[in-house]
Design a protein around this ligand. Structure first.
Ligand code: NI
Length: 138
C-alpha cells in the first residue's frame, strides 16, 4: 500500500447520519474503512465498464435439472468458453434444484456475454453475475 493521505470532506449532517447508520448496520467500526471500500467498489465497477479490461467475477445460477437438456446445454456453453471459466461449484439444493457458481475471468465484454447467455437460458430460474477484481490494481 502507498502512503496514507488525509482528506477533509464537507457533508450534509443528515446525509452523514444516514451514512453512519448504514455503515454501522454493515458492520463497519469506522468511517474511513467504509469510505475506502466504497471507493474501491466504484473503481471495480468502472473497470468492468471498459469492454477490453481484464476482469474476474462469479456467475451464480439456479436451475431445475429436470428441465429437458438444460444441464447439457449449460455444460456445452461452459466448455465453449473453458478459457474464461476457471472453476465450477455444483450443489444439489434439493430433489429438483441445482446451484452452480462459476468463477470467470477474461475481457469484460466476453465475460458479460457468457454470463448473459447462461443466465438467459430457458429453465434457469435465477442468475447473477457478481463483478469483482483480482485485487492487483487496488
Ligand atoms: Ni444438481
Amino acid at each position: 500500500m502507498s502512503e496514507l493521505s488525509r482528506i477533509g470532506v464537507a457533508i450534509d449532517s443528515e446525509l452523514l447520519k444516514k451514512f453512519d447508520d448504514h455503515i454501522a448496520m454493515r458492520g463497519y467500526t469506522n468511517r474511513s474503512e467504509a469510505f475506502r471500500d466504497m471507493i474501491r467498489d466504484e473503481l471495480v465497477q468502472k473497470n468492468w465498464e471498459r469492454p477490453d479490461s481484464n476482469v474476474v467475477g462469479t456467475v451464480t445460477l439456479v436451475y431445475d435439472h429436470h428441465v429437458r437438456m438444460l444441464n447439457e446445454r449449460l455444460t456445452d456453453m461452459q466448455h465453449d468458453h473453458h478459457h474464461n471459466i476457471l472453476s465450477t461449484l455444483h450443489v444439489h439444493l434439493d430433489h429438483d434444484n441445482c446451484l452452480e457458481v462459476l468463477v470467470v475471468r477474461g475481457k469484460a465484454e466476453a465475460v458479460r456475454k457468457i454470463a448473459d447467455a447462461l443466465i438467459s437460458t430457458k429453465g434457469v430460474k435465477h442468475g447473477r453475475l457478481t463483478i469483482t477484481t483480482s485485487g492487483a490494481e487496488l
